[in-house]
Design a protein around this ligand. Structure first.
Ligand code: KIV
Length: 273
C-alpha cells in the first residue's frame, strides 16, 4: 500500500516503526521492479544525471528531464510513494519559481519533492509546503553543492560542522519536512541527527542507525560506471550478465543461429514471398 507523506513522517524506529526502504528509479521497469520488491519509497533522484544521462555531476539535469522520468516511473502505477528531486537551479531563484517547479513534478506524478540544504532554503521549503506539497529534506553531503564543497567529501567531521548540521536539520523539521535524507556523514553523526529529530532520517553513507536507508538503483545492481562509493552494497553485478547476453545475441545473429523457425511466424500455406 502506498505510504502517504504523513505515514512516512510517523515511521520512527525508536517509536517501533520498521526501517524505511528507499531506492531510486528512473523508468517504468525500474519502478515495476522496486514496487514488486516491496520498497517503501521510490526516489526519482537527480542522480538521473549520473547513472542514466552520463553526466559527471547532478548539476546538468533539468526539471523537464526529471518530469520526463517521473512520468516514466509513475506509468508503472507503482503502489509506492514517489519522491522527485528538485534539481539544481529549480529552487534557487526564488520561492515563486520553486513552487512552480515543485508543482510541475507533482503534475508529472510525484507524491512529494526533495530538495537539498538547510537554513538557506527555509523560505523555499515553507513556500512549497504552503502550496500543500510535501517536502523531504537532504543534508550532509549534498551533491548539488559539489563545487562549493570542493568535491564529494564526507561532511560533518568537526564539532562545529556537526552543530551546524543539527541546526539545519532542526530548522527543516520545524518548517515541516516529512523526512530527511542524511548523506555522507560519519555514523556517529547519522545516529545523533536521528536521535535529535522526531521526523525519520533516511541515510546514505550515514551508518546503520538512521530510520531508513536509500541506495541508487544502478549502484546496488552493479550497473553504474566505475568503483562504487564505500557505502554502496552491490547486491548483484548485472553489468557482465547484460554484456554477456548482448554478446551472445551478436554472436547468434552473426553465425545465423538467430532466429530459428520457432522464433519466426508460421508461413501461410501456399504463400510465396
Ligand atoms: O539523487 C539521488 O539519487 C539522491 C540520493 C543519493 C539520496 O538524492
Amino acid at each position: 500500500m502506498k505510504l502517504s507523506a504523513p505515514a512516512i513522517r510517523s515511521r520512527k524506529r525508536r517509536r517501533g516503526g520498521a526501517p524505511l526502504v528507499m531506492v531510486t528509479a528512473y523508468d517504468e521497469p525500474g519502478a515495476r521492479f522496486a514496487a514488486s520488491a516491496g520498497v517503501d519509497i521510490i526516489l526519482v533522484g537527480d542522480s538521473l544525471a549520473n547513472v542514466v544521462l552520463g553526466h559527471d555531476d547532478t548539476l546538468h539535469v533539468t526539471v523537464e528531464e526529471i518530469c520526463h522520468h517521473v512520468r516514466a516511473v509513475t506509468s508503472a502505477r507503482p503502489d509506492v510513494h514517489v519522491v522527485a528531486d528538485l534539481p539544481w537551479m529549480s529552487y534557487h531563484l526564488g520561492v515563486v519559481d520553486a513552487v512552480a517547479n515543485a508543482a510541475r513534478l507533482v503534475r508529472a506524478g510525484a507524491d512529494s519533492v526533495k530538495l537539498e540544504g538547510g537554513r538557506v532554503r527555509r523560505d523555499v521549503v515553507r513556500a512549497i509546503l504552503d502550496a500543500e506539497i510535501p517536502v523531504m529534506g537532504h543534508l550532509g553531503l549534498t551533491p548539488q553543492s559539489v563545487m562549493a564543497m570542493g568535491g564529494y567529501r564526507v561532511q560533518a567531521k568537526s564539532p562545529d560542522a556537526v552543530q551546524q548540521l543539527h541546526l539545519d536539520a532542526k530548522i527543516l523539521e520545524d518548517e515541516g519536512v516529512f523526512a530527511l535524507v542524511v548523506e555522507g556523514v560519519p555514523p556517529v553523526v547519522g545516529t545523533g541527527i536521528t536521535e535529535a529529530l522526531e521526523i525519520p532520517t533516511i541515510g546514505i553513507g550515514a551508518g546503520a542507525n538512521t530510520d531508513g536507508q536509500v541506495l541508487v538503483f544502478h549502484d546496488l545492481l552493479g550497473l553504474s560506471r566505475g568503483e562504487p562509493a564505500k557505502f554502496v552494497r552491490r547486491y548483484v553485478d548485472l553489468a557482465p550478465v547484460i554484456t554477456g547476453a548482448l554478446a551472445e545475441f551478436a554472436r547468434d545473429v552473426r553465425n545465423g543461429s538467430f532466429p530459428t523457425a520457432n522464433e519466426s511466424y508460421p508461413n501461410p500455406e501456399g504463400l510465396v514471398g
